[in-house]
Design a protein around this ligand. Structure first.
Ligand SMILES: *Cc1c(COP(=O)(O)O)cnc(C)c1O
Length: 405
């Protein structure tokens, strides 16, 4: 049996929606993007949603909007996909990496210890789709003690009056932070990724959720950011294409990161059936859980705890008492048998670019611990029950081959 890691979910409804865009005479930003934004708004309960061409570009734009610059600091977890920190570097600020908890997510205590007068934002990441402790994080940034430290250096920062929380929700569309509170609505800003391997995809894409507190006006901000994502041009191509709509202005230095309608079409057809697709992911997650929870050497990932519910984006299995070398050998054994697995994630301080800048994995013991024994198993709606069983048997065999007992 050959089991790929994460093929995209493409059925006829998706193909039809893309063909509809291609035949409509309008393929870039237009009605399909707008419709996708409305669907994501319903799912996330965010006040406003703006679609762009990736999580990364959306995060850079939001940090630029916040006015961060050289000398400023943005707190991120050491354990994430590198885009989280790369976006901060692109915006001109310094990513301050902190350690995680046993559940893979950023440690609130570590955040508190890392806050300085230079801190302008915190970017917690919902690893594998399991939400972070947002109540604690929001309490921290709104506390008098932490607000007193805040030194605003832009008009937006003055208006905010405190550190902003930008959730890297790349994995967590459809997750619940608390009963009835979906991710996307629980922080000032949250950004979903719609990249090809994510739960809902537009091939490449991102969705920025806006929930800023007063005195911000999220509707007004949506209009502003939409322009900012289109080179700060006062009219998009759709309005310019109408008779008499030719004149426009450029009001500032924007970015060119808008999403195209052909891309939005894929996501639109997917998100309409997302409740079903999510249920399928949960089914597979639970089949894995039932198998691995019985084994003393396996650690099942968190999914349902303290009112939180995961979006079941990854199945991050961990194996007790093994070294990084043994983990790598187990992966080789699994691969030999035709099952594609992955590691989420190599902590950023272990990657060349970040090492060169002085980050050291020794400062992040929990991140290293989780990384060194982690193997991500395939999880997606197309997986059949017998394939899931095959993955489970393969993992057990691989473990027994390497760790003889
Ligand atoms: C995928 C991912 C991103 C980047 O998303 P893009 O849309 O590819 O830019 C950011 N953060 C995390 C945690 C991710 O997994």
């Amino acid at each position: 049996m050959n089991i790929p890691f994460s093929p995209p979910f493409i059925d006829d409804t998706i193909i039809d929606e893309v063909v509809d865009s291609l035949k409509s005479g309008w393929i870039t930003t237009g009605p399909k993007v707008k419709a996708l934004e409305e669907e994501i708004k319903k799912f996330s309960k965010a006040k406003e949603v703006l679609c762009v061409n990736s999580w990364t570009s959306g995060a850079i734009m939001m940090l630029k909007w916040l006015g961060v610059k050289e000398g400023d600091e943005v707190i991120v977890p050491a354990y994430t996909y590198s885009a989280t920190a790369l976006a901060v570097i692109h915006s001109g600020a310094k990513p301050v990496m902190v350690d995680i908890c046993e559940d893979f997510n950023i440690s609130v205590k570590a955040i508190k210890n890392a806050i300085t007068k230079k801190t302008k934002a915190i970017v917690p990441v919902d690893i594998a789709g399991f939400p972070c402790d947002y109540e604690e994080i929001m309490q921290l940034v709104t506390s008098e003690e932490i607000k007193a430290l805040f030194v605003p250096t832009s008009d937006i920062q003055k208006k905010a009056g405190r550190i902003l929380v930008i959730n890297d929700a790349a994995h967590s569309l459809g997750a619940f932070y608390k009963q009835g509170i979906p991710t996307g609505s629980e922080t000032d800003i949250a950004i979903f990724s719609l990249h090809a391997v994510k739960n809902v995809t537009t091939a490449e894409g991102g969705a920025i959720c806006l929930n800023l507190p007063v005195p911000f006006d999220n509707k007004e901000l949506y209009t502003y950011l939409r322009q900012m994502s289109l080179n700060c041009q006062t009219k998009d191509a759709f309005s310019k294409s109408k008779a008499g709509g030719w004149r426009y202005d450029i009001t500032g230095l924007g970015m060119k990161i808008n999403m195209a309608d052909v891309n939005a079409a894929i996501g639109l057809a997917q998100i309409r059936q997302y409740p079903l697709l999510l249920a399928e992911r949960k089914r597979i997650f639970n089949t894995y859980n039932n198998a691995f929870k019985q084994l003393s050497w396996a650690i099942a990932p968190p999914s349902l705890e303290n009112g939180k519910e995961s979006s079941y984006h990854l199945y991050a299995l961990r194996i007790n008492d093994i070294t990084e070398i043994q983990r790598d050998a187990i992966i080789d054994e699994i691969s030999k048998r035709g099952v594609s697995v992955n590691v989420h994630f190599i902590p950023m301080p272990m990657l060349s670019f970040f090492k060169e800048q002085g980050y050291n994995i020794k400062d992040y013991p929990q991140a290293y611990k989780n990384y060194s024994c982690e193997i991500s198993l395939p999880i997606y709606p197309q997986l059949q029950e017998e394939e899931v069983k095959f993955v489970i048997d393969t993992v057990k065999e691989a473990y027994q081959t390497i760790i003889k007992f």
